[in-house]
Design a protein around this ligand. Sequence first.
Ligand SMILES: *[C@@H]1O[C@H](CO)[C@@H](O)[C@H](O)[C@H]1NC(C)=O
Ligand SMILES: *[C@@H]1O[C@H](CO)[C@@H](O)[C@H](O)[C@H]1NC(C)=O
Ligand SMILES: *[C@@H]1O[C@H](CO)[C@@H](O)[C@H](O)[C@H]1NC(C)=O
Ligand SMILES: *[C@@H]1O[C@H](CO)[C@@H](O)[C@H](O)[C@H]1NC(C)=O
Ligand SMILES: *[C@@H]1O[C@H](CO)[C@@H](O)[C@H](O)[C@H]1NC(C)=O
Ligand SMILES: [Cu+2]
Length: 263
Amino acid sequence: MRSSTALAVLAMALIGHVAGQEAEPVTDNPVGVVYKATLPKEPFFKGAALDGNVKGFITAMAAEDANGVRFKLKFENLPKEGGPFLYHLHVDPAPDGNCTKTLAHLDPFERGEETPCNATDPASCQVGDLSGKYGKVISDPFEAEYTDYYASTKEGIGAFFGNRSFVLHYANKTRLTCADFVHLKDAVPPSNVTYTHPPLTTPVSSKPYEATPSTTGAAGQSSTTGVAELPSSTATPIPSSASSNMLSASFLVAGITLLLAVL
Ligand SMILES: *[C@@H]1O[C@H](CO)[C@@H](O)[C@H](O)[C@H]1NC(C)=O
Ligand SMILES: *[C@@H]1O[C@H](CO)[C@@H](O)[C@H](O)[C@H]1NC(C)=O
Ligand SMILES: *[C@@H]1O[C@H](CO)[C@@H](O)[C@H](O)[C@H]1NC(C)=O
Ligand SMILES: *[C@@H]1O[C@H](CO)[C@@H](O)[C@H](O)[C@H]1NC(C)=O
Ligand SMILES: *[C@@H]1O[C@H](CO)[C@@H](O)[C@H](O)[C@H]1NC(C)=O
Ligand SMILES: [Cu+2]
């Protein structure tokens, strides 16, 4: 059984590769989990004509109905020359800031670099080609917000980007700067930065938030029944302050539910 399934998957992959398969929308993204990638203080490209680095971030969270992922981003202090700038989700993270180590674009359907990205048909694009699908960086500051149906917050599938990075490029593709995504629930702020804890009463344990009593019915219910997915009725809309370090209690509850389901 198992090997025939594996064969079927392999066959599908091969057919997909030959036929130039379109990206598939992800309809069951875990809701309430926030990922954020924040650009570092120094650019990777040593020749950058910049005071410091481009400032900016990308935040991403599944849409309320688990269909697609809502992206919000802001870039400022861009170089005066060399634009319009491109940005993509890349395959690997680069914890040491060496953007070469992020490897290629996130492209689980193997569209490759040759197939042009048609923005009116985003499934035709590499999953990671966000500027191809939603527009290049053409202003300073630059802000954008959109839902992408192909990149995913669901761990274990190729389109998952939560353990990866994004790279900001010059128009000539030179890698200017990059940042790794972090799972905000697990993000540890630098110890010398004042951090406002979410309203929790539980002492810190080695498994963060595991023993936390729920603040609404949703998490308690899920933890006793072992339901793996949050019903969409309990999903929380993205607050406009999603980029701050302070997670809302609802996000936390969603996170707890997910964590309990995963453990
Ligand atoms: C790409 O453009 C930047 C900014 O104009 C420039 O500094 C860099 O040398 C260019 N890279 C290549 C490979 O031409
Ligand atoms: C970055 O990583 C690449 C590939 O691993 C390596 O060839 C290069 O020397 C590194 N660059 C720096 C500045 O460390
Ligand atoms: C892009 O996709 C749209 C919608 O599918 C289609 O009408 C259009 O012809 C495509 N453009 C190119 C250049 O392939
Ligand atoms: C990231 O997650 C994907 C899907 O879960 C996995 O295939 C990949 O190996 C992971 N990459 C890294 C660098 O951990
Ligand atoms: C926190 O500590 C790091 C490393 O010691 C330092 O570079 C940074 O400036 C400090 N940040 C603040 C806000 O004090
Ligand atoms: Cu790129």
